[in-house]
Design a binder for this molecule. Structure first.
Ligand SMILES: [Mg+2]
Length: 464
């Protein structure tokens, strides 16, 4: 292997393509690297695939669930109205952005923001019980088009010029879920993608380099662990890595039923390249293709401790949170949106710094309030006016910056200055996170992903 070729053009990592560390991972000690397929190895063209899902699900609603034909002219595909980590209140047809303390920071019904009073009345007495039946969490970017479709149906449900089979928001949600599930079950989504694969999965020139660099470590093996069908997984691997994909990946497990895979006792069913079943086994073997299976059997094959494994996936719940709770595997979360957010933050860097400075100023004026009381106990009008002006400036800078990130929701990771629930999960459960698998190309096969300091709040001003 020509090592020099591999590290060419990967000497300096662009900031937006860095791999960020929550918990240290010593790659030298990682002998098994597993990959999810969809939205991980297969880095789909989001807009193309989202629009396809949106259209196929709309067709299903019309053809099978009694929605009117003119639906297509009344709803609009608008991916910006949704982003990962939102929670849908299916009872009320409302989209929620929630912070790490389960406080609802923003609520939209259709495209309209819920008035503060209504938001307070519905959501601000108890912390949001995100596990309650009526809440649906958008864990992965795959689910965004169905949330877009749902939001559109909620918006038009009360219009006079259309009669939907139901105006019950929960029932509409169930119909949308059924429609989206059908695009998987009947193969229409996958067949559409495969028939137009070069457009649906644009090739990333560094992906193969990343994979090659990983296997520079002698004794390291790579595997694929995906919920996708066998025929689809093999077709995508062949497209991405050519017919010699098995030189890179030593084991393929499809239809794994993650996250149940980590608790299941299902056997591994060995299949050939056409998906024909060969035999069942409790422990898989290298060089083979399986469907089903379970975590215990896989660890018997690895015959080592879980901390020698790194698993790479895009699903915060199925690939990362459940994996961390059920095993000692290290995890690398792929957050595609991170790259765009970081690019905007870098472009607007001076404005972001200004926003932080303004927030600090705001706090210092408040500190002075008691010194500024007049003899009636009221803050002197000059100070109060100054405070109000500054607060308005902070709000306007915040609004402008957030709308650059997403006009409806702002940053994926922040509500004001606090972390979102999604950001907290990233921090708690992803050992590492980055925007694409190919970013691994910038790091050596034995890189030490570490953090020089992991400050608590009381250390911030002293140590950084
Ligand atoms: Mg995936």
């Amino acid at each position: 292997m020509n090592y020099k070729n591999l590290i060419e053009n990967t000497q300096k990592v662009p900031y937006e393509r860095k791999i960020f560390v929550n918990h240290p991972v010593v790659m030298d000690k990682i002998y098994y690297v597993g990959f999810d397929l969809d939205w991980t190895l297969a880095d789909y063209s989001r807009n193309k695939v989202w629009q396809l899902i949106f259209n196929l699900a709309t067709d299903y609603l019309i053809d099978h669930l009694g929605y009117p034909k003119k639906l297509k002219t009344l709803i609009t595909y608008n991916p910006k109205i949704i982003h990962r980590g939102l929670i849908i209140d299916t009872l009320r047809g409302i989209l929620l952005k929630v912070n790490a303390y389960r406080y609802v920071g923003k609520a939209l019904k259709g495209e309209k923001e819920l008035p503060q009073e209504e938001k307070d009345r519905i959501y601000h007495t108890y912390p949001l019980d995100v596990t309650a039946k009526n809440f649906y969490w958008l864990d992965t970017i795959f689910e965004l088009p169905e949330a877009n479709l749902y939001s559109e149906l909620v918006t038009i449900s009360n219009r006079d010029n259309i009669s939907l089979p139901t105006c019950n928001f929960r029932k509409i949600f169930e119909d949308v879920r059924k429609a989206v599930d059908s695009t998987h079950a009947n193969g229409s989504l996958h067949n559409n993608i495969l028939s137009n694969i070069e457009v649906m999965i644009p090739k990333d020139s560094l992906l193969e380099t990343a994979i090659k660099r990983l296997i520079l470590h002698p004794g390291r093996k790579l595997f694929v662990l995906t919920n996708s069908y066998v025929y689809y997984t093999l077709a995508v691997l062949e497209y991405l890595f050519g017919s010699n994909w098995s030189n890179y990946f030593s084991l393929i497990v499809c239809q794994a039923d993650k996250p149940k895979f980590f608790k299941n006792k299902e056997p591994f069913i060995e299949v050939d390249k056409n998906g024909r079943e060969i035999r069942k086994t409790g422990t898989p073997e290298w060089g083979k293709i399986y469907k089903g299976g379970n975590f215990t059997g896989l660890m018997q094959l690895f015959n080592t401790s879980g901390d020698r494994v790194l698993y790479v996936g895009d699903h915060i719940y199925g690939d990362i949170l459940r994996v961390k709770l059920a095993s000692t595997w290290n995890t690398l979360l792929i957050i595609k949106e991170l790259e765009e957010e970081l690019k905007i933050i870098l472009q607007e860097y001076s404005e972001f710094v200004r926003m932080v400075e303004l927030r600090k100023e705001l706090v210092s004026i408040r500190m002075e309030y008691d010194n500024e009381l007049d003899n009636t106990g009221t803050v002197k009008s000059k100070t109060a006016i100054l405070y109000k002006e500054l607060r308005n400036r902070v709000k306007s800078v915040e609004k402008e910056l957030q709308s650059k990130l997403n006009p409806y929701w702002g940053s994926l990771f922040k509500i004001g200055s606090t972390r979102t629930l999604f950001a907290q999960q990233v921090e708690n459960f992803a050992s590492l996170y980055t925007s694409r698998v190919s970013n691994l190309a910038y790091y050596g096969s034995r890189h030490f992903f570490t953090i020089p300091i992991d400050p608590m709040k009381h250390e911030l001003e002293i140590l950084i």
